[in-house]
Design a protein around this ligand. Structure first.
Ligand SMILES: NC(=O)c1ccc[n+]([C@@H]2O[C@H](COP(=O)([O-])OP(=O)(O)OC[C@H]3O[C@@H](n4cnc5c(N)ncnc54)[C@H](O)[C@@H]3O)[C@@H](O)[C@H]2O)c1
Length: 439
């Protein structure tokens, strides 16, 4: 089967490469010539474990192509996936659909023969209807069906998620489109990957409901962490105690600095706006959004408190910048507002991240970047763990203590155990657990 992937960002590149690996012939199109040139030269613009090998192999075997030229890719394809960005619209938080609609217009002009246009981008309920209207208006003669097929992959585990998904959601009630989609996903279907066929609108909403539910789980445990700190309970044990209940489940119950990343912040906001537009205010989601926003400031306060109430003129070592480990994605990372608050209060920030520093430099120019965790700690008045990269889990604590100007650690990911830190003589604060004070 011939597939065109419009938009070769995180989702487009991973999905395109995985479809090629199934045996389909895939052309990934992007409007950014620098990105396409890099991919043609074998350079992967993002960090995602295993992606470089997957792209290299499928390119070599003649199934995966990159291009800036949309029309020929669309003309030959039976399925055209739209995987362009849907960022928050400046000012009101609605999903900005201009890239999706722009892509639809270009596809309309180029489609030839029966073409299934598949929206992979995360789009508000009803967007498929508008995409269909655009296509029909531009090509009254066209034989085109619009399908919703949201993507659930997690950055850092994207290939594994694509190849062994919990579910594939396909929103269409059209028989011919169903047949094409079944063919696209046949290898997963043969592998017992559960495919859920729904109406298009339902499929669009499943994606937002899913992300909003996960964001709610994180926010819930973060509020429990605050209560644990005040009441002397331990949030990790609370999370375990509730997570072992199968009705709740243990995932997404790690207390921390608040959710970030390229999806949850914008998707919760967009869902909130969709609810308001439909006269159904989603008060739970509104609370989640505002609690999560407040959390970044609360984390900065925690760091300031660990430094006896003032950070002016002090050096703070930030370990981890990306919104989660195993990605270089800095979009909406909690590290950004935390660092800006500390800079505003006069702190000097030195940071280290295993993969994210190139991206971080673009959004955090006033930070001094170290080339290793230990170099980052040298002479700092406190170390703060913001992202739980594996390499931070096994630091030589004796060496770390010797490098720091004073033994203060704020662990926003609960990487270490308070008892161990006490034994090493650190003043240690974490999230939702007992703080170790100066005795
Ligand atoms: N990143 C994730 O983890 C993730 C997971 C699930 C769903 N999603 C959703 O998938 C969509 C894409 O996300 P992303 O993170 O891959 O975005 P991205 O910003 O990394 O990539 C989007 C790409 O689309 C290109 N583009 C825009 N308009 C185009 C056009 N008309 N023709 C060709 N290329 C065009 C851009 O140049 C860019 O490279 C979003 O709706 C997002 O919410 C993302």
């Amino acid at each position: 089967m011939r597939i065109a992937m419009i938009g070769t960002g995180y989702v487009g590149l991973v999905t395109g490469a995985c479809f090629a690996d199934f045996g389909h012939t895939v052309t990934c199109v992007d409007m950014d010539p620098a990105k396409v040139d890099a991919l043609k030269a074998g350079r992967i613009p993002i960090y995602e474990p295993g992606l470089d090998d997957l792209v290299a192999r499928n390119t070599r075997e003649g199934r995966l192509f990159f291009s800036t030229d949309l029309p020929p890719a669309v003309k030959d394809a039976s399925a055209v996936f739209v995987a362009v960005g849907t960022p928050s619209r400046r000012g009101d938080g609605h999903a900005d659909l201009s890239y999706v609609y722009g892509a639809a217009r270009e596809i309309a002009a180029a489609a030839d023969g029966f073409t299934v246009v598949v929206t992979k981008s995360t789009v508000p309920v009803g967007t498929g209807d508008e995409v269909e209207r655009i296509l029909r208006e531009a090509r009254p003669d066209g034989d085109i069906e619009v399908v919703s097929n949201p993507e659930f992959l997690r950055e850092g585990a994207a290939i594994e998620d694509f190849k062994r998904p919990d579910r594939i959601v396909i929103g269409t009630e059209n028989e011919r489109a169903t047949a094409v989609m079944a063919e696209v996903y046949r290898p997963l279907h043969l592998n017992q990957g559960p495919i859920l066929f729904t109406s298009r609108r339902t499929s669009e909403l499943i994606k937002y409901a899913s992300n909003a539910f996960l964001a709610t789980k994180i926010t819930f445990i973060n509020e429990m962490a605050d209560l644990c700190e005040r009441s002397g309970a331990n949030v990790q044990d609370v999370a375990r105690g509730i997570g072992l209940d199968n009705r709740i489940g243990s995932k997404f119950l790690h207390a921390g600095p608040g959710y970030g990343g390229s999806c949850f912040p914008k998707d919760t906001l967009a869902l909130m706006r969709t609810g308001q537009d439909h006269g159904v205010p989603l008060r739970l989601i509104e609370a989640v959004v505002s609690v999560n926003d407040a959390r970044k400031t609360a984390m900065s306060r925690k760091i300031v408190a660990a430094l006896d109430g003032t950070v002016a003129g002090k050096t703070i070592a930030i370990l981890g910048l990306t919104f989660k480990p195993n990605t270089d994605d800095m979009r909406e990372s909690p590290a950004i507002p935390i660092i800006y608050t500390l800079l505003d209060k006069g702190a000097f920030i030195r940071a280290y991240d295993p993969k994210g520093m190139q991206e971080a430099r673009k959004v955090l120019p006033d930070v001094d970047y170290a080339s290793s965790a230990y170099e980052c700690l040298e002479g700092a008045h406190a170390a703060v763990f913001v992202t739980e990269w594996d390499e931070f889990r096994a630091l030589d604590l004796r060496r770390a203590k010797a490098l720091l100007a004073q033994p203060v650690i704020v662990d926003l990911r609960n990487i270490y155990r308070p008892e161990d830190m006490a034994a090493h003589g650190f003043l240690y604060d974490s999230v939702g657990r007992n703080r170790i004070e100066r005795t």
